[in-house]
Unconditional design. Structure first.
Length: 618
């Protein structure tokens, strides 16, 4: 029996290798921070083929054109001769009469070092990008390194990573090679390739088991300030709580977290956060953050990505299941994929005792305030379907604000209808049982499916009004059902640029504070001639960046009435932007802010629904 099994194993391995696309990423022979990649193909069935790099990838909702980071492309036939090609665009190469195509070679530049030409491209969000620093670290989001041929996306890939012998690769993939200098992985298709990031650096990782799931956390800290062991206790507590919250909705047997901590002297980071995958997430955060702040971010951000294992990675529409990397078609349902996931990332913390009731309510209050920076009457389904277009993409961030609130209100609606027996989590569980990772739903039929799994036609009314419709969601009305009231509170006199500080936004490209054009200016802003369209980049010479926002705000709080103040702004002047200083004496305004609070004397019905909402118990 053993001999027969071994023979079959060798035959299977031979067949996979013969019919797979062997892709080698060479992390040893790196020059000028460019990584050589070779892809070897099975026999072609067609003479005319197109080779692509992704225009965008699932979970990013932006056009990134990963092919623009590739150079020196050469297509070779079975005799080692180059095959001529036409470069169609940044991502696509067309070949004619290529029956004998056997391989393609090219060099990959990383997106972290990209000198951005804003007229052509926006910056790639760093957690979905690539970093190449020879001898230090390689962040391999595979969609930035590996392409695909038309009609061969379902062919298996054999991924070979040549690496320095003293480097360790953090990944959820299983290495089939015992060599210290080579890792070898087999992946079912191109979708699995793009779903499998890796991070190579000097070994610094921890492993543990949470609810039957093996987890590995690998850390890159350029100065050595942090080690993976520093975050194990908090991460373990968080993941165990998440597994408990999800129950049978999560079936992961393994999960990998690649935590890249960016130093001050390294590449210019274009956004901090994370990108989700079925079995892993790549995370980029500033190394200068205090440990407590990183722990909190891991709880908030990484938990958000882990909850994506349910939605949309397990439960999704055809647009995601049959994702077109070259010409992507977007789904209508970011309210559920991102908004519902962000709701889970906050709800599980109150239900599993990681935060208090008041802390949870404060988060909801902040999301209501933040959502006011966006168009509240734009149908979420329309924005979602068109999120890659210029006129809609600026509304994307609202998926984490209003999207969360929509899921919250639907949760309360369901609990009200069912007398506490069913909530949003129950609806998603039933939906995942009805469909699943390999059975997508039709995008325009989701609401009918939600009615079917809940049994409540009222869910369709909610959807048509607040998700697919243009009616602003009545948050106060829904929160009142669970014993929460809205209070207006006058602050002590404070220094700021608009009357509601919570409506301040941050522009990552210019490292500036920005404001919605509907925001009311403070008395000080009016006195110095600040325009609501100005971008604030410095206060008394203190510049703003993503790392020092809190210290910048702390300095603003120290400013006294009548103090001389200089505000540096970027101001549009026709086709150019001027950097100017606005000077004046500080004026401190009393401001009225809205806060949420639990009612001191809720009705029995309100108190019962509140307890069911916050505990998840029926």
């Amino acid at each position: 029996m053993k001999k027969t099994a071994l023979s079959l194993g060798i035959l299977t391995a031979f067949m996979v290798n013969a019919q797979s696309i062997k892709t080698t990423i060479d992390l040893v022979n790196v020059k000028d921070d460019k990584v050589p990649v070779t892809m070897e193909f099975p026999k072609m069935k067609s003479g005319d083929v197109k080779f692509h790099f992704p225009k965008t990838v699932p979970g990013t909702y932006s056009v990134d054109d990963y092919g623009r980071f590739v150079e020196g492309v050469k297509f070779m036939d079975n005799k080692g001769k180059e095959i001529p090609f036409t470069k169609v665009n940044d991502n696509t190469y067309a070949l004619k009469n290529a029956q004998n195509l056997t391989k393609v070679t090219y060099l990959v530049n990383d997106s972290f070092d990209d000198e951005i030409d804003e007229s052509k491209h926006k910056a790639v969000f760093s957690p979905s990008g690539t970093d190449i620093e020879a001898g230090k670290v390689y962040l391999i989001n595979t969609h930035g390194f590996i392409g695909y041929l038309d009609n061969m996306q379902d062919v298996p890939y054999q991924l070979v990573i040549k690496k320095p012998a003293d480097f360790y690769g953090t990944t959820a993939l299983v290495d089939q090679d015992t060599s210290d200098s080579t890792d070898t992985f087999t992946l079912a298709n191109y979708a699995k390739v793009t779903d499998s990031p890796l991070m190579y650096t000097k070994p610094d990782y921890v492993t543990f088991n949470a609810g039957g799931m093996d987890l590995v956390l690998g850390v890159y800290s350029p100065t050595g300030k942090y080690k993976a062991a520093d975050f194990k206790e908090n991460l373990e507590k968080t993941v165990i709580a998440q597994k408990k919250f999800l129950g049978d909705m999560n079936t992961n047997k393994k999960y990998a977290i690649m935590l890249y901590l960016a130093g001050n002297d390294g590449p210019h980071i274009k956004g901090f956060g994370a990108l989700e995958h079925h079995e892993s997430t790549s995370v980029v955060l500033p190394e200068m953050m205090p440990k407590e702040a990183i722990d909190k971010t891991i709880t908030d951000v990484v938990s958000h990505e882990f909850f994506h294992t349910v939605n949309p990675l397990k439960t999704h529409s055809e647009e995601i299941h049959y994702f077109d990397y070259a010409d992507p078609k977007m789904s209508q349902h970011l309210w559920m994929y991102e908004g519902g996931t962000e709701y889970f990332a906050n709800l599980f913390q109150i239900q599993e005792g990681l935060i208090t009731k008041d802390e949870f309510l404060q988060r909801i209050s902040e999301k209501i305030a933040n959502s006011k920076n966006y168009n509240d009457t734009m149908p979420f389904t329309v924005m979602s379907k068109n999120v890659l277009k210029d006129e809609y993409k600026d509304q994307y961030r609202n998926v984490y604000e209003k999207g969360t609130l929509l899921a919250m209100c639907l949760d309360i609606e369901l609990r009200k209808l069912s007398n506490g027996e069913m909530g949003y989590r129950d609806m998603i569980r039933k939906l995942s049982q009805r469909f699943g990772e390999n059975k997508p739903f039709k995008d325009d039929k989701l609401i009918d499916e939600l009615v079917a799994v809940t049994g409540y036609p009222q869910v369709k009314d909610f959807y048509n009004k607040y998700i697919a419709g243009d009616q602003p969601t009545p948050y106060a009305q829904y929160l009142d059902m669970v014993g929460v009231e809205t209070k207006k509170q006058e602050t002590p006199p404070i220094f700021w640029f608009i009357k509601d500080p919570q409506q301040t936004g941050y522009d990552e490209k210019d490292n500036a504070f920005v404001f919605d054009e509907s925001s009311a200016q403070s008395s000080f802003a009016k006195s110095i001639g600040l325009k609501i369209t100005d971008k604030i980049v410095a206060l008394d010479g203190k510049t703003i960046n993503i790392q020092n926002i809190q210290s910048f705000i702390g300095y603003a709080k120290t400013i006294k009435e009548g103090q001389n103040v200089t505000v540096t702004v970027l101001r549009k002047n026709g086709d150019k932007t001027d950097k100017i200083d606005l000077k004046g004496k500080a004026i401190l305004d009393k401001m009225t802010v809205e806060t949420l609070a639990f009612k001191s004397n809720p009705t029995p019905a309100e108190k019962k629904l509140q307890d069911q909402w916050l505990t998840g118990k029926k």
